[in-house]
Design a protein around this ligand. Structure first.
Ligand SMILES: [Zn+2]
Length: 290
């Protein structure tokens, strides 16, 4: 009997150690990660994004304007979903949404939503500045081993310190929450999809696989300081989490990559002709999917 108890105790200890090991360690912002591609990759994420061709950063020479970039999202209302507390982030598994990207090489591809999760502060920086929060909507290619991650920033200062209904709907920090209904379309509709960046990058957590099409929306959404505080109290302002760091990997070198940028160009009707024609083409593709 004693032997069984001893084996069970050892096994339990090994399980706990493994569990602790598997939690992403943000104490050095990811600088000490050695798994997979984290330390050796040349196409790592996140990166700093120069927001205009006139931004005098070291990366600006590799910023390329391309009006053909087009993004279509079909995410709908997420009802009765569970917000999972993974300690290093809050994650919502959800599969009812599609993303289509028409890229700088005239290549059209579609991806299916699998989950979204939160980082505070933002992982990507914009002209060297962090926003308060960044949500990653992770979409998976249906046949290839590729992801398309839509990055949406939120910022108190840029957004005028207003409460955001998408963030409120997550009910983070509230007690006895079973499942929630998230008005995803409210957020999607507000995003300025004519102000986007696209680049080839990686997962921002180990093993940092370089399999991600990053689509970063340069349109910080409103959030209130009270809403940001809930996330910061959990991570950045919590000494026991990562010695004062948030759950963001620090920015990585761009190396030889280009960042493709679409800037808003509106006709007198307020919408570009290219956008209208692309919307019809992509709507046709989604009809075929369903
Ligand atoms: Zn992420």
């Amino acid at each position: 009997m004693m032997r069984i108890i001893t084996i069970a105790t050892i096994w339990g200890f090994i399980c706990i150690v493994n569990q602790v090991k598997s939690i992403t360690n943000y104490k050095e912002g990811g600088e000490n990660w050695t798994e997979g591609w984290c330390a050796v990759g040349k196409k790592q994420s996140p990166i700093d994004i120069p927001t205009s061709l006139g931004s005098f950063t070291v990366n600006s020479v590799r910023l390329v304007e391309n009006q053909k970039l087009e993004l279509i999202l079909t995410d709908s209302v997420m009802s009765q979903v569970v917000v999972e507390d993974l300690i290093t982030t809050y994650e919502v598994p959800f599969t009812d949404g599609f993303l289509a990207l028409w890229d700088e090489n005239d290549y059209l591809d579609t991806y299916k939503l699998v989950q979204f999760h939160v980082h505070a502060p933002s992982e990507h920086t914009f002209d060297g500045r962090h926003y308060d929060l960044e949500i990653h909507f992770v979409h998976k290619h249906q046949t290839r081993d590729r992801l398309a991650v839509l990055s949406v920033p939120f910022d108190v200062e840029k957004g005028g310190n207003q409460a955001n209904d998408f963030i409120s709907s997550l009910k983070i920090g509230e007690k006895n929450v079973q499942n929630v209904t998230i008005p995803t379309m409210n957020l999607v509709k507000k995003l300025n999809k004519n102000k986007i960046f696209h680049y080839d990058g990686s997962l921002t957590t180990p093993p940092c696989n370089e399999t991600v099409e990053w689509i970063v929306v340069n349109d910080p959404q409103p959030i209130s300081s009270a809403q940001v505080k809930v996330f910061n109290d959990r991570w950045m302002n919590n000494q026991t989490f990562a010695n004062g760091h948030g759950n963001n990997r620090i920015v990585q070198s761009l190396n030889q990559r280009y960042i493709y940028m679409k800037q808003e160009v509106k006709s007198s009707l307020g919408i570009s002709c290219f956008s209208i024609s692309m919307t019809f083409i992509l709507m046709g593709i989604f009809v075929m999917f369903y």
